[in-house]
Write a protein that binds this ligand. Structure first.
Ligand code: GLA
Length: 395
């Protein structure tokens, strides 16, 4: 069991005295397939070795009592009574949102206490919110014998984010959080929800994340705005092709043919999504062939599309990717997650990791006056119940 889980377990016992269950719930990376999930396209994420640890126990009081050890030391308390209202303190909403969805889906739970902590950097594009939601849903399923399937957990967690928190995210983060496997990336078809795991060899390659440390307030509203623009593109194309339901059903020919009916911004958004879906499929082929050099090139192309056509990048992300592209030690790099800040994901040759870090940190600092944070991400298992006697630190 990890040091974080032990700390959380002890914190729980000090706070609430009862004996909790323990859950570990990871963040995710996405190698390629940016902003394709809510367009019913393809993505290639993986769960990572940064995660939440959550300790939960029933309290027989019809109350939810929560403590986020990284946020503050006070216990947040609310009655377990419908309708659930949004809390003015932000973080409990991820949890109340999950409880709300469980009730809406007809599951009965009673009061519970929860203490949690995390080593996932917040707002860095590593899906700390999906990790918290997935951890709570699995924890409550375990605590109250709900027997939720993995897919039900994913959907409930996504709906909590969409309906309660108010971010219209796709399904990728919650899916990767629950379905992650050690050393495997997940190719997910976000339309059919069919998925397959692909081995990702990290013997000679490291997945290194450079965190711009830029966090933009407008990121959530711009995200929702991109989603609307994609929907607008679909509405236009649907007039000529009624069988089209999402950008996944749209071809290059269709958008070219309808270009005159679309604003150029909408055209660019659609074009990016169509190209990105194809890149994910090509990248999977590269993985099967063990051709990480070609895979890396697709990551650079993905970044350029996100920067120029989808317009969700920023100068800090662009600098990190531009400089990475000049280095022989980096096979591929792109911005990751919603955009406007957060991290770039880089595939770096193991023997050149120090050099790559030095060059990128120097370039970044000399341009922006501060250093990026650096994380090495290992691909690991999805959300799971861990035993307090579990000796395995991470798998
Ligand atoms: C965020 C969302 C995901 C996905 C990515 C962009 O992480 O939560 O659903 O859309 O952005 O790929």
């Amino acid at each position: 069991m990890s040091a974080l889980s032990i700390e959380i377990y002890k914190e729980f016992q000090q706070q609430f005295t009862s004996k909790p269950i323990l859950i570990q719930s990871p963040g995710r990376v996405n190698l390629i397939g940016g902003h394709t999930d809510y367009n019913h396209g393809f993505v290639l994420p993986a769960a990572i070795d940064k995660r939440f640890a959550l300790a939960l126990a029933p309290n027989n009081e019809n109350k939810i009592r929560l403590r986020a050890v990284d946020m503050d030391q006070v216990v947040f308390e609310t009655d377990l009574v419908k309708p659930f209202k949004k809390s003015p303190v932000y973080w409990p909403n991820y949890i109340i949102g999950c409880v709300d969805q469980l009730f809406k889906a007809g599951y009965e739970i009673s009061g519970f206490d929860c203490v949690f902590g995390s080593d996932i950097p917040i707002g860095a594009g590593l899906s700390s919110s999906a990790a918290l939601e997935g951890g709570i849903i699995m924890g409550l399923s375990e605590l109250f014998d709900l027997n939720l399937s993995k897919l039900e957990m994913v959907k409930l967690a996504q709906r909590a984010e969409n309906d309660f928190v108010g971010v219209q995210c796709g399904i990728m983060d919650q899916f990767a959080n629950i379905h992650g496997k050690k050393n495997q990336v997940i190719r997910l078809d976000c339309r059919s929800l069919e998925y397959s795991h692909y081995p990702f060899n990290q013997d000679d390659i490291r997945i290194i994340l450079f965190d711009t440390k830029i966090r933009r307030e407008l990121a959530a509203s711009e995200y929702n705005n991109r989603r609307k623009q994609c929907e607008e593109g679909v509405r236009t194309i649907k007039k000529a092709y009624p069988e089209v339901h999402s950008l996944r059903d749209v071809t290059h020919e269709m958008i070219e043919e309808n270009r005159k009916h679309m604003d150029s911004v909408i055209f660019n958004r659609c074009r990016y999504v169509i190209e990105e879906n194809q890149r994910v499929l090509n990248a999977c082929r590269n993985l099967e062939d063990g051709d990480l050099a070609s895979f890396g090139q697709l990551m650079y192309e993905s970044h350029k599309g996100l920067r120029d056509l989808f317009e969700v990048s920023c100068r800090e992300l662009n600098l990190l990717v531009n400089e990475a592209e000049k280095l022989e030690g980096v096979l591929g790099a792109r911005m990751m997650g919603g955009g406007f800040g957060g991290c770039t994901i880089n595939l770096v040759r193991l023997d050149q990791t120090d050099e790559v870090k030095d060059v990128l940190v120097t370039q970044y600092e000399s341009t922006f006056g501060f250093k990026p944070d650096i994380y090495t991400a290992k691909i690991g298992t999805g959300t799971k119940v861990v035993s307090i006697t579990d000796e395995v630190p991470f798998e």
